[in-house]
Design a protein around this ligand. Structure first.
Ligand SMILES: [Fe+2]
Length: 466
């Protein structure tokens, strides 16, 4: 049961100081957070002389931010109700409460203002966290900044160095390209993971994260229990999903489950891309990599299955993890492939290919600053220095229709003729990309597509597409 309360008066509970995991990670407070904490002290608890750094067992951490809502999650050692105070000022004038006793807490704040900074704090047991801030999503015309990290597993000190750099960049949100931990079934590794991202450095409490699941998570239920991710697919699963932010569309793909033309994920991806044509940028984030020189090298099955989809729908960038270094490849048939997997794991040695533009063996993050018609992209090392740095311009993209091989925005017998010419008379590839001619959604343009289209046009067969 969730209850809304207003203007709750805090009890004066004196100084309570608890560390969640028995290890003190680097305390790194920005001026904004410090002032928020002091405001809390001055307003409610005059006898406190120092900022509290109380944390629940795990969290708080943020998910699924939209222009009007956000999910805030945390875990407590003992059964407890769920209580968040929040508002437009550090007074946190609103409350959201679920009186159900539990240890895994997650509340969705709704009816928020777009592109607005909110303050919040968590109350658990007799304790209260410091006051954090989050920012609701930007609207279509507004610029924004996001970061990408990947493969944070194994080396906690390197992971923490990347996280501290990420905090310095102050993104609106961050993507993670997978392999958060080395063994997704090992609870102790998740404890370390959350200790790093939810330390007093206020990374996860302030910055929403979106994840692409990696092979080291191994589809563990712990991953799905901890994270709340979009699940806008027919299977209603959190392993593959998409979301919009500002003028951009983001797609997370799960390379640990079937993704080929006969899979639900493939059919969902094509339909999702079909409806994203009007976004300025389309970013795919995915653990494995279709193009990679060195490390684990290119995954050719993945390339064969999904690169034609990325090309047909004019995806701007594919952001991968898996091979522990930084690498920019392409554009290859219009698509730029970036590997960002220097989040903490032991580094691999990169190589170079004909399509490699920049490669570097270092722990790092990448940062995108999105403008209405261009984007600044930077690879940033843990010492703050910049490696790869370029300006990217959005791609021209128009609405596509499966079966509209000649690109005249309607499906007719002329499209049947066009595909016959393409297959048997060296005619041009279907306008808008080869896969637009793949009307039966089997991943290729074959004679079966001609039959399918004739059935649709003249025998009331099913519509083209997945
Ligand atoms: Fe991996």
């Amino acid at each position: 049961m969730i209850i809304f309360l207003h203007n709750r008066i805090l009890k004066n509970e004196g100084i309570m100081y608890r560390l969640a995991f028995g290890i003190l990670l680097i305390i790194h407070l920005s001026g904004e957070e410090l002032s928020a904490g002091i405001a809390l002290n001055n307003h409610h608890e005059q006898d406190r002389e120092e900022l509290l750094t109380v944390l629940p067992e795990k969290g708080p951490y943020l998910s699924c931010v939209t222009q009007n809502s956000i999910i805030i999650s945390w875990h407590t050692a003992a059964l407890d109700s769920s209580l968040i105070q929040y508002g437009l000022t550090a007074d946190c004038e609103y409350e959201l409460k679920d009186i159900t006793l539990k240890t895994a807490h997650s509340l969705k704040l709704s009816s928020l203002l777009p592109d607005t900074t909110y303050y919040y704090r968590i109350l658990f047991g007799d304790l209260i966290t410091q006051t954090y801030t989050f920012r609701t999503a930007a609207s279509f015309g507004k610029g924004f900044k996001f970061t990408v990290i990947g493969d944070t597993r194994t080396q906690a000190d390197s992971h923490l160095a990347v996280i501290n750099r990420l905090i310095e960049q102050n993104p609106y949100f961050s993507l993670h390209s997978g392999d958060l931990v080395e063994d997704g079934f090992d609870e102790a590794q998740w404890t370390t993971y959350f200790a790093i991202i939810c330390s007093s450095a206020t990374c996860a409490p302030k910055i929403p994260f979106y994840y692409a699941i990696g092979n080291h998570e191994n589809e563990s239920p712990l991953y799905y229990n901890y994270f709340y991710l979009p699940h806008n697919n027919p299977d209603s699963v959190e392993s593959f999903y998409s979301f919009d932010y500002g003028n951009s569309h983001f797609i997370s793909i799960d390379t640990e489950i079937p993704y080929g033309p006969s899979s639900n994920q493939y059919r969902w991806l094509r339909n999702d891309l079909l409806s994203a044509y009007d976004k300025t940028y389309i970013f795919v984030f995915i653990h494995n990599h279709p193009y990679c020189a060195g490390g684990h090298n290119s995954d050719l099955d993945l390339r064969d299955a999904l690169s034609p989809v990325f090309e047909s729908f004019k995806v701007d960038m594919v952001l991968s993890g898996h091979s522990h270094f930084y690498q920019r490849n392409g554009p290859i048939n219009g698509v730029t492939y970036i590997i960002t997997a220097g989040g903490g794991a032991p580094l691999h040695t990169p190589a170079e290919s004909s399509w490699t533009v920049y490669t570097e063996k270092s722990h790092h993050l990448v940062q995108f600053i999105i403008y209405p018609d261009s984007a600044r992209f930077q690879m940033i090392r843990t010492d703050g220095s910049t490696g790869d740095d370029f300006v990217y311009f959005s791609r021209e993209r128009s609405k596509l229709f499966f079966g509209d091989a000649n690109g005249d925005t309607s499906i007719s017998v002329s499209d049947v003729v066009y595909i016959i010419n393409y297959l048997f008379k060296s005619g041009s590839a279907p306008a808008g990309g080869v896969l637009i001619g793949d009307v039966d959604c089997d991943g290729d343009v074959l004679i079966s597509d001609i039959i399918y289209l004739i059935n649709y046009l003249f025998k009331s067969g099913p519509s083209p597409g997945c």
